[in-house]
Design a protein around this ligand. Structure first.
Ligand code: FAD
Length: 441
């Protein structure tokens, strides 16, 4: 094998790394792709992350560019809206949009990882190295150190792409440089997954085409459908406190708590108590940093640049959008340092806005989605969208079902709200004046 380094050395063959390797290879670039784990196509758990993911327009667009959209859509389950499960009383359904063009897709993380890793490995310009954990990076000369089953290995890269996730080694090396900003903040909540198995006949035990939410004020449970008839439930609870994970330590406590707080879920999860006590609790981190690149030598994509909490289902979608933008910038600008600066200028502000939106949406999901006021507001927004079309797009619609940059979407939503409030205030004033005139006569 030719041992010369490729034009790009990507660290992390996860969702963003594999997708970017495919896109670069298709653009005629040579790529070396290093991954700390074993080959996902050999099976075995990928562990540590959600089992399924909500895929929306931004992610689909990047997959379409690689000719992979159809195969992903075929294996996904369409989620047309939210199904709200109160403690007692009937379920409430809220559609996400006007039709199936405004729906989310539930996809298997493992399946997507394998598909992308497979596609990357098939590209003639890509060399893939599994079981290579990057342990050290010398950005000045491009030296990367890896721990492998065969021992320590060092390679020299001409251009490094850090696609190695929220705890990125490449970002770690950038953080040690002068004038490098970095912050990470953890939520007081973590997450734990449980499974609702398929029904006896292989079908789904709840409405298949919905994202199910059990909002409970300061905590919640959600469930996304899987193609095999099962659902993956995720508990987003505080680590400690009266509704915290640490409070339930015996099977009896688990069953009692769920019977009181999530009663309709209890008969759907046969191994509830044992799974709750065995399954791990993951933490939820937001990462911000600047700069995202070191000259033309290194650049960050995906969670390595901007990990966000999962309450808008946008982390992977934004990571894929990073890859599309980076490819565009490299296509326009042969000088890598300039291309990376352009990429950062286009993405950084949007990633910061997304991080804030994701935290805000946690409060909406766990607390507000069940309230009649929230329901009314969503209905009014969809109605305005129906009447005014593209002139009025709800913020959620812009985030999930368009490729309008996140920061622009937020600014536009604020403008729309101002117009609607002004119109309502004017209408109210007119009605009041008319009323005064009537009573004066
Ligand atoms: C509970 C939960 C639910 C989520 N749900 C959604 C959702 O519904 N929709 C959505 O869009 N996003 C969702 N996300 C976010 C999404 O998982 C991430 O944004 C996405 O995985 C980012 O992709 P990435 O390739 O940047 O990082 P990762 O997927 O983390 O991939 C990083 C890769 O780098 C490898 N690696 C790490 N360190 C090294 C090293 N030192 N050397 C070599 N390789 C290394 C890892 O093994 C991995 O393969 C969710 C996240 C969580 C935690």
């Amino acid at each position: 094998m030719n041992q010369d380094p490729a034009e790009f050395t990507i660290v992390g063959n996860g969702l963003a790394g594999a997708l970017l390797a495919c896109a670069l290879a298709k653009a005629g670039r040579r790529v070396d792709l290093y991954e700390k784990r074993g080959d996902p196509r050999q099976g075995g758990p990928q562990g540590g992350r959600s089992i399924n993911l909500a895929l929306s327009v931004r992610g689909l667009h990047a997959l379409r560019d690689l000719g992979l959209e159809d195969v992903v859509v075929r294996s996904a389950v369409l989620m047309r809206g939210r199904m709200i499960h109160p403690v007692a009383g009937p379920l409430a359904y809220q559609a996400y949009g006007k039709d199936d063009s405004e729906a989310l897709l539930s996809v298997s993380r493992g399946g997507l990882n394998r598909l992308l890793a497979d596609e990357a490995a098939k590209q003639p310009g890509v060399r893939v190295m599994f079981d290579h954990r990057c342990t050290d990076v010398e950005l000045k000369d491009g030296t990367l150190s890896f721990e492998t089953p065969g021992g320590h290995r060092q390679v020299t890269a001409s251009c490094i792409i850090g696609a190695d996730g929220a705890y990125s080694a490449i970002r770690g090396a950038m953080q040690r440089l002068d004038r490098s900003d970095y912050s990470q903040s953890y939520l007081t909540h973590g997450y734990k997954e449980l499974t609702i198995p398929p029904a006896e006949d292989g079908g789904w035990r709840m409405e298949r085409h919905a994202l199910h939410i059990w909002p409970r004020g300061d905590h919640m449970m959600i469930a996304l459908p899987n193609a095999d008839g099962s659902f993956t439930c995720t508990l987003f609870w505080p680590f400690d406190g009266p509704h915290g994970f640490s409070q339930l330590t015996s099977e009896r406590q688990v069953i009692e708590y769920f019977t009181r707080v999530f009663p309709d879920a209890v008969p759907l999860i046969p191994d509830l108590a044992s799974a709750y006590l065995t399954n791990p609790v993951g933490s939820l981190v937001t990462v911000r940093c600047r700069p995202w690149h070191y000259g033309g030598r290194a650049v960050l994509v995906g969670d390595a640049a901007h990990a966000v909490v999962p309450f808008l289902g946008q982390g992977m979608n934004a990571a894929f959008e990073d890859c599309s933008t980076l490819i565009e910038c490299l296509g326009r600008q042969p000088d890598k340092a300039r291309a990376f600066a352009d990429y950062e200028a286009r993405r950084k502000e949007n990633a910061d806005v997304l991080a804030d939106l994701c935290i805000e949406n946690f409060v909406e999901m766990r607390d507000k989605v069940g309230s009649p006021w929230f329901l009314m507001k969503k209905k009014a927004q969809l109605l305005l969208n129906k009447v005014f079309g593209k002139l009025y797009l709800p913020l959620y619609t812009m985030i999930e079902f368009t490729r309008i940059p996140y920061a622009e979407a937020v600014a536009r939503a604020r403008r729309q709200d101002r117009v609607v409030l002004t119109a309502l205030a004017t209408m109210a004033a007119c009605v009041f004046i008319a009323f005064l005139q009537v009573i004066r006569r």
